[in-house]
Write a protein that binds this ligand. Structure first.
Ligand code: FMN
Length: 225
């Protein structure tokens, strides 16, 4: 079982990181699990310039760290994506990953299990979670859990017993969902509607300009009538 974790905070030992690392510890108690932990702070990432070449060629024009991250996600069974709340939204670094990671149109997360983690101090934590969750289900993921954790800046959110338990329970359920390939029927139907009536006709209309996308779908085993 391969799991990718992305910490969308520049602070490698901040509140978001502490939650994600606790999940690593919990999941590591199970056998045969490989975990890749990415900190945005370690990634060399340019902004998306909107050239749309990736839709045609399947790859970005920039040779930075995004392709390695996306390729790693492609072969994973699950993904945990965490972000602090900045001005009622995800962090800027996380937004760059969302823009450039080949998620939605390419259906990068098709059939993979996912957890979103949003941390916040005062307001907007739910907005951040919603942005992350929308990314996940539009990209084809099955959402196992979504954690919205309120915590003071630079505090350890796990010092609250309630948060500690919530985080550990979510990690436990995540592993079991993947292991048992748990079915979430409502999510499956929602994704079918988004893909069949939104993404598929859009990509078809683009024709050859989006041939890289069709190749990705084939690679991800997506049935495309
Ligand atoms: C630039 C900046 C903007 C922030 N904006 C918000 C905000 O809009 N709402 C909020 O509740 N907390 C906000 N915070 C607080 C962080 O979201 C919160 O402390 C988070 O847990 C920090 O996570 P980290 O330690 O992993 O970086 C902001 C913090 C920073 C540095």
């Amino acid at each position: 079982m391969k799991i990718i974790i992305i910490n969308g905070s520049h602070r490698k030992n901040g509140s978001t990181a502490l939650i994600l690392k606790e999940m690593v510890q919990k999941i590591k108690t199970y056998p045969n699990v490989e975990i890749q932990f990415y900190n945005v702070a370690d990634l060399n990432l340019k902004y998306c310039v909107g050239c749309c070449k990736c839709y045609k060629n399947g790859k970005c024009i920039f040779h930075d760290d995004i392709e390695k991250l996306s390729e790693d996600i492609e072969t994973a069974d699950g993904i945990i994506i965490g972000s602090p709340t900045y001005a009622g939204n995800v962090s800027g670094q996380m937004k760059v990953i969302i823009d450039r990671g080949h998620f939605v149109i390419e259906q990068l997360l098709f059939g993979k299990y996912a957890i979103s983690v949003s941390t916040y101090e005062n307001y907007g934590g739910r907005d951040t979670a919603e942005i992350l969750n929308r990314l996940l289900y539009y990209s084809g993921a099955v959402i196992s859990n979504s954690l919205v954790i309120k915590t003071s800046f630079s505090s350890n959110p796990l010092s609250s017993q309630k948060t500690y338990n919530t985080v550990n329970k979510a990690a436990d359920k995540f592993y079991k969902d993947i292991h048992d390939q748990k079915k979430y029927l409502c999510q499956k139907i929602r994704h079918f509607i988004i893909f069949r009536f939104g993404i598929l006709p859009f990509v078809r209309k683009k024709g050859n300009e989006y041939q890289g996308v069709a190749a990705k779908w084939k690679k991800h085993g997506i049935f495309c009538p």
